[in-house]
Design a protein around this ligand. Sequence first.
Ligand code: GLU
Length: 426
Amino acid sequence: MSDIRVRFAPSPTGNLHIGGVRTALFNYLYARQQGGKFLLRIEDTDRQRSTPEFEQEILGSLKWLGLDWDEELVHQSARLERYREVAQELVSKGLAYEFEGAIKFKIPKTEVKVYDIIRGEVTYDSKEFDDLVIMKSDGYPVFHLAVVVDDHDMGITHIVRGEDHLPNTPRHILLYQALGWKSPKYAHLPLIFGADGTPLSKRHGAVAVSEYRNKGFLPQGLINYLALLGWNPGTPQEIFSLPELVKQFSLKRVIKSNAQFNPEKLFWVNGQHMRAMPGEDYEREITAFWKDKLPAMPEEKWRKIIALYRPRIQIYGELKEQTDYFFTEPEYADAAMTGEIRQNAVSMGLLRQLLETLGSLGDFEDVQVLDQKTKQVVETAGLKSKDLIHPLRYILTGRSATPGIFELMSLLGKETCLKRLAAFLS
Ligand code: GLU
């Protein structure tokens, strides 16, 4: 155990997004590694924009990711009296004054040094700062006052937040000094940019954690990828479980330059976790994910399909798109391929023969038999397997790449296979 106490302080004015959750994760990792506490505070003093729905969404996303917090959730809206009291204290000490119904903090003119764990020492000259409104005329505190009072009252020792808050920090330090409080230590995390070099936003695709959840990403995949947004272990290791991250994470290894969000890497990391998880977890989770979203099929068939596709998908949500031919008739969208097969008299001849040979089988249960029978057809004609298998795959699935064709034929079943083959040949 240590005395380290950090917090994540989201405003419930929107969904939990990639930037916010990366901040939450780094706080969490630091606290868990140091044996400290990770606290959660809802900054809901913006009455117009804060909603209980956003708060629930944020809490739900944190829980889904397994970022469990300590102690009781703090709401700023429940602490308004306390902010008023502190503001009055500053007024009575002559360090703040009333101005058009609001209260302004008198910025002392001095040099302010921020010692940042990631960026080192950053010096500000407060002569450049205007006096700071800390209480609005409606009796609500401004962010700067609420944050300082809360962090002090909650015993926060380290503030780990986005670099966008760095310019606020010297003002907060001046408030701590005016109140005679000890300032926490600071670590400002690099901002997250898209591939085009602009700050990550909706334009770059999904930004809310819940969107990733709905697409069928794994919490452990997302966590792993988020950890790499601004941090690396200094070794080639890229795949981490949450406990491994807790062990290896260090604020000192957080980069100073901007982090770049790379969706392809996120998919890849997620795929690694999907393949590493125990088979029964994979089966249970992907089945739950697709429940009621895909037409029902016999359990045995479903289990074979998801096993077949486990090495081929990176998120659960990709399954439907990749296995569409189990649910709908192939569309043969590749006109060049379709034409090539139809115009190839040899292939067409082989396919006709295959249709006949397969038609004489009782069922398609035995993958070996399907394999043998198909090969016989090609060999008898003195040709190579691929002369038949490529067109066959395309006709049965509408695709040029799939898992093993005989396994697929067995899963599709005799009736479907023969129907598709006959329809294409007619
Ligand atoms: N509510 C602030 C935000 O969402 C957090 C500020 C802080 O971490 O100090 O940006």
